[in-house]
Ligand binder design. Structure first.
Ligand code: HEC
Length: 97
């Protein structure tokens, strides 16, 4: 009986691990290459998943993305003024309304 439980637990852990791995890759692959993506991956994934950003696909216009990027900068995202512009353009183009 014990080994059955161990098997089931092992299987569930394995499936949930591989599922979350696949989701992370899918979220990244969805976004076209570019400097904006590099900034996004290096500066915007420290405090939350990339999906916290990509789930707003289609919701915000340029001003609103700019506001979000500035808010995240205030929170401590490591991003300079030039990168704010590059990233805002990127977000507007690929995830904008
Ligand atoms: C220092 C930590 C930190 C970093 C770095 C960071 N964020 Fe956030 N982010 C947060 C926190 C905390 C929240 C949730 C609180 C909130 O919504 O204000 C959040 C929420 C968000 C949301 C959801 C906002 C909403 O309307 O619910 C978006 C979109 C977002 N971040 C984008 C970004 C982007 C783009 C970057 C990179 C420039 C980034 N974040 C970097 C801390 C961070």
């Amino acid at each position: 009986m014990r080994w059955v439980i161990a098997c089931v637990v092992g299987f569930v852990v394995m499936v949930s691990l591989s599922a979350s791995g696949a989701r992370a890759v899918a979220a990244q692959d969805d976004l076209p290459e570019g400097e904006g993506k590099k900034i996004l991956l290096s500066s915007c994934t420290a405090c939350h998943e990339l999906t916290e950003v990509t789930k707003f696909r289609g919701y915000y216009n340029r001003d609103q993305w700019h506001d979000i990027v500035m808010t995240m900068k205030e929170y401590g995202a490591p991003i300079d003024d030039r990168q704010v512009d590059v990233l805002t353009d990127y977000l507007t183009k690929h995830l904008g309304r």
